[in-house]
Ligand binder design. Structure first.
Ligand SMILES: *Cc1c(COP(=O)(O)O)cnc(C)c1O
Length: 376
């Protein structure tokens, strides 16, 4: 049986929630399950936040950027090492990205580099409209530092927490940071609604605006009246019912992913194999177990391992290719020392789904160790 990188993992509670939605005929984009799902996530995040359930994480980022006032010609400063859905909305709005490298100690945006560039941009009167740092592979960015930088320069902060629901940093939960954070419930994430996302914000007016824009921007009137354009971005009530069942097991899913990471880490202790760090005070979801392979020390490359695993029906993937290396963003400004480039060259994500059995993980570990032993 194929071993996947990260599969949907149902708890058994979802079908009953979906059945309730069917029984009341709320087979629609709004309904009681949607309200309850938003409330469940808000409660999990500790209150004080407003949650708006949407059709995807990308949709959430699109709305957050638009509400932040990002438009044609504006700059958005963003972690280069991220997933497409965490940047394409910048293009939807006609804005341009400026990319930032990672801090090797956390694999999240290098805040010192960012601070330096903000100071320079402030002097030159070219500050960005918004900053979008990514909680890479479930590790929260440095929320306090980023929030004080954003406040100091009057720049909006939108945190991409698509991979980090269930993580924390210095006692703060991932998903509660900045002017807004976005979550994803895509099929491969920690928990899923089959597809979906959420905008989380402390600003009530942002949440109201997101709900308005996500339902075709209908002004109050008996007929359809529009003073701006909107989108059809609300999450279906049926999908929200799946999310309600998933919220019951969120903490268990995070624990399981962390246990999978710990097991890989203790089994694959070889010179030249380095796992993604977790700084003091940070608790990652370990959404995907990410590691790097030094070909000089191990005698094998990332691709040797990936292709060998693929031959055995085991899915592994390179880390995200930094966006400043993508043809789409050729020539976009980039600040950094190429930490992200080296992570991409040597980095691999191993199967990390919370439904993976210990026996399956042992197979992955055994095959990697066998390959490494052949090259010793
Ligand atoms: C998954 C993901 C998204 C987008 O989520 P979708 O729900 O797939 O649109 C955005 N950013 C990052 C870092 C992600 O991993």
């Amino acid at each position: 049986m194929r071993i996947y990188l990260s599969r949907p993992h149902m708890s058994g509670h979802e079908e009953a929630r979906v059945a309730e939605a069917f029984a009341s005929n709320f087979v629609a984009p709004l309904g009681p399950q949607l309200d309850a799902f938003e409330a469940a996530v808000a409660k999990y995040l500790g209150g004080g936040v407003h949650c708006v359930a949407l059709s995807s994480g990308s949709a959430a980022l699109h709305l957050a950027l638009r509400i932040a006032g990002v438009g044609q010609g504006d700059e958005v400063w963003i972690s280069s090492m991220t997933f497409a859905g965490g940047i394409f909305p910048v293009n939807y709005l006609g804005a341009t990205p400026r990319f930032f490298d990672l801090d090797p100690a956390s694999w999240t945006i290098d805040t010192a580099l960012l601070a330096e560039e903000l100071a320079r941009a402030a002097k030159e009167n070219r500050l960005p409209k918004a900053i979008v740092p990514t909680d890479l592979y479930g590790q929260s960015v440095e929320l306090d530092t980023l929030e004080s930088l954003a406040a100091r320069y009057g720049v909006r902060l939108i945190v991409d927490s698509a991979e980090s629901l269930g993580a924390s940093i210095c006692e703060r939960k991932a998903g509660t940071g900045g002017d807004a954070a976005i979550l994803s419930f895509n099929g491969n994430k920690i928990i899923t609604t089959s597809g979906g996302g959420m905008l989380v914000t402390r600003h009530k007016d942002w949440a109201d605006e997101a709900r308005f824009l996500a339902t075709q921007a209908r002004d109050p009137a008996p007929h359809y009246e529009h003073s701006t354009f909107g989108y059809n971005y609300r999450l279906s009530n049926i999908c929200a019912a799946i999310g309600l069942g998933q919220m019951e097991v969120l903490d268990a899913r995070v624990s399981r992913r962390r246990a999978i990471f710990a097991r890989y880490q203790s089994a694959l202790t070889r010179p030249g194999i380095t796992f993604m760090p977790e700084p003091e005070g940070s608790q990652s979801t370990r959404w995907l177990t990410a590691l790097t392979i030094d070909p000089e020390q191990t005698g094998v490359t990332r691709e040797d391992i990936r292709l060998m695993l693929l031959d055995h029906e085991i899915e592994a993937r390179p880390l995200w290719k930094p966006m400043h290396l993508q043809p789409l963003y050729a020539g976009a400004p980039y600040h950094g020392a190429g930490i992200d480039e080296r992570l991409f060259e040597t980095g691999l994500c191993l199967p990390s789904g919370s439904d993976m059995s210990d026996a399956q993980q042992d197979e992955v570990i055994g095959r990697i160790l066998a390959l490494l032993d052949r090259h010793r």
